[in-house]
Every structure is written in structure tokens, then in C-alpha cells.
Write a protein that binds this ligand. Structure first.
Ligand code: UD1
Length: 325
């Protein structure tokens, strides 16, 4: 049996590729390389360049391989871009996912693990979210992910699909062996941007908003190491394929919040150097604090994160940036 990764050449998809193949799984990748990078993956793998919107390509892949589960990473993911260009998000995330599900159904592949996001919860004074909390997406990006969650649930009811939906919190960090990393040069991702400043690749870090109602005025997020997230996908696959846990949604985060200034301090501690920062206006659409309750995935999938330390995350990104000078 093989597993199909859509978007497997992206940041999270490629880290998951190594987690699955390290565990002797047979992985087939489809990626249109719009934001993914072929070099993030080994040369000699089963790789198809193309879109999940391409019905003929998907049917060809399902015909050529004995796929038992799809891990669906492919999609667009920038909140601010989605506000300005919602059509791109509804097309890439909703229309293309629907095409994927239709092709899976036609090919008799009925198991899917889907990459969703903590941003489906929106802003809420509660700040620590569990899977039972109401959703309130505040951007077309978040909305598009929630629509796909709902489509998947309806396919489960109508066509006996089995699914696990993973809601990612703030994914950061890089593979310990630097087999892949974060290639995006125009990243807006806090840890990546700040580590680029620390390694001399960017001039300065703008801190977006210092007047939030938090302990130091800056926004709080739950940063999860991408390799722990990759392991959560592997456990999801083991559970879905054994039939022990199906049709569940799991938060993927550590349950610990770090403010923007705490990230800056942690980087300064790791590098023993002052980081060039400037205080700037709030970024539109940023919620004050988003932290995961991750008890459910720990209880049900026995997820046991190994890299739950902000300095471990930062040091891995600093290594990656230095390695890629
Ligand atoms: C991230 C994800 C988003 C996901 C969400 C889930 C990215 C790019 N976005 O959004 O897809 O749905 O988590 O919770 O990974 N910041 C600065 N200066 C910067 C960059 C960021 O101050 O140059 C601040 C932001 O205002 C924010 C925090 O750092 O408060 C984190 O920002 P960012 O890394 O962009 O992630 P999110 O917007 O939380």
C-alpha cells in the first residue's frame, strides 16, 4: 500500500515525507511546485508535478499506485493574501480539494488526513481552544479550510470516507538533519523572519503591535516544532489505517503560548546577540492569542511531542539559515 501526499514538496509536506519514509512507508507525492521545492525531497521518489485540480493526473496516479490514504497538504496559506485575493483561496483550497475528493471516491480511496488550521477558531477571549469550541473563521483562508473540513465530513456520511483533520497552530522549526527546511524567501512567518534577521539575511524585524492586552503587549501564539507535527500525521495515518480512530479532529499545538517579544528574547539568548527590531503597527487580522488544548491528540493518538522547547525550535531554524547562506 502507498500513501499519496498532495503538496508533499512544501514545508510541512516535505517534513512529513521524511517522517513517513523513516518509518518505512511508501509515499507518492503530487505537487505543482508553486510554493513547494523539488529539492526538499530526495531525487529518486515517486513524484508527479501537477495540481490536485487536475482530474486526469489524479486518476493516473490512483491507477498507477495502490493508494490507501491521501494526506492532503496542498493549498494556499497566507491570511493577508487571502483577504485581498479570496478567489485564489476558494479555488486552490476548496475547488481543488473537492476535485481531489471526487477523484478519491471514483478510485475507491476513502481515507484522508487533512491539513487544517487553528485560524478556524478566530479570535475569542478564551484564547485556549479545544476541538469542541465553536469555529469563527475571520479570513477567506480560514473559511476555505473550514469549508473543506465540512465537505470531508459530508463525504464521510454519504460515501463512508474515513478522515482525520489536523488543526495546526503555529508551525516552526526545521528537520534535525536539515534534509528539508523552510525555503520561502518571502516568508511572513515570525520565527523564520526573525532568524533571517539574526543570520544577517534581513535588515530588521517589525513587531506588529505592542499594545495588545497581553503580558508584554505583543500577540501570543502556540509554536509547534514541524517534526512533532510530522509525527502527529504519522500517528494519524497509523490510526486511520488500522481503523482504531476515524472521523476525528485534533488540535496540533503544545498548549504553551509565547509572545512575539518572548520569541525575540529567546532568539537573542540562542545567538547571544541583540536582534534588530522595530515596533510597528498592528497587522490587520491578527488575533491576540491562539493556544491549543492538545489533550485530545495526546489521549487518543498517544502523541508525545519530543521537541517542546522554544529554543530547540529556534536553534533548528538558525542552523537552517546558516546552512543556507
Ligand atoms: C500562522 C500561520 C497560519 C495559521 C496560523 C494558525 C504562517 C505564515 N501563518 O499564522 O497559516 O493558520 O498560524 O494559528 O505560518 N509577527 C511579527 N512580525 C513579523 C511576523 C509576524 O510581529 O514579521 C507576529 C504576528 O503579528 C503574529 C505572530 O508574530 O502575532 C505570528 O505571526 P505568523 O508567524 O505570521 O503566524 P500567524 O499569523 O499566527
Amino acid at each position: 500500500m502507498a500513501i499519496l501526499f498532495t503538496g508533499g514538496a512544501g514545508y510541512i509536506g516535505s517534513h512529513c515525507f521524511y517522517e513517513f519514509t523513516d518509518n518505512q512507508q511508501d509515499v507518492v507525492v503530487v505537487d505543482n511546485l508553486s510554493t513547494g521545492h523539488r529539492k526538499a525531497l530526495p531525487k529518486d521518489i515517486k513524484f508527479y508535478q501537477g495540481s490536485v485540480g487536475d482530474k486526469n493526473l489524479l486518476m493516473k496516479i490512483f491507477n498507477e499506485h495502490n493508494i490507501d490514504c491521501v494526506v492532503h497538504f496542498a493549498g494556499s496559506l497566507l491570511v493577508e493574501e487571502s483577504v485581498n485575493n479570496p478567489e485564489k483561496y476558494y479555488h486552490n483550497n476548496v475547488v481543488n480539494s473537492l476535485n481531489l475528493l471526487n477523484c478519491m471516491h471514483k478510485a475507491g480511496v476513502h481515507q484522508i488526513i487533512f491539513s487544517s488550521t487553528a485560524s478556524v477558531y478566530g479570535s475569542h477571549p478564551k484564547q485556549i481552544f479545544d476541538e469542541q469550541d465553536p469555529t469563527s473563521p475571520e479570513s477567506p483562508y480560514a473559511q476555505s479550510k473550514l469549508v473543506v473540513e465540512n465537505i470531508i465530513k459530508d463525504f464521510a456520511k454519504a460515501h463512508d470516507f474515513k478522515f482525520i483533520i489536523l488543526r495546526y497552530f503555529n508551525v516552526a522549526g526545521v528537520d534535525h538533519d536539515l534534509r528539508t527546511g523552510i525555503y520561502n524567501e518571502n516568508s511572513t512567518h515570525l520565527v523564520k523572519v526573525a532568524c533571517e534577521v539574526a543570520t544577517g539575511k534581513r535588515e530588521q524585524l517589525a513587531i506588529f503591535g505592542t499594545d495588545y492586552e497581553t503580558r508584554d503587549g505583543t500577540c501570543i501564539r502556540d509554536y509547534i516544532h514541524v517534526s512533532d507535527l510530522a509525527n502527529a500525521h504519522y500517528l494519524a495515518y497509523k490510526n486511520i489505517s488500522s481503523g482504531s480512530k476515524n472521523n476525528q479532529i485534533y488540535n496540533c499545538g503544545y498548549g504553551t503560548g509565547h509572545s512575539v517579544k518572548e520569541i525575540v528574547n529567546a532568539i537573542e539568548k540562542c545567538t547571544q546577540k541583540k536582534l534588530n527590531c522595530v515596533e510597528s503597527d498592528r497587522r490587520p487580522g491578527d488575533p491576540v492569542a491562539v493556544i491549543a488544548s492538545s489533550q485530545k491528540i495526546k489521549d487518543q493518538l498517544n502523541w508525545s511531542p519530543q521537541l517542546e522547547n522554544i529554543e530547540t525550535i529556534i536553534n533548528s531554524v538558525l542552523s537552517w539559515e546558516s546552512f543556507n547562506q
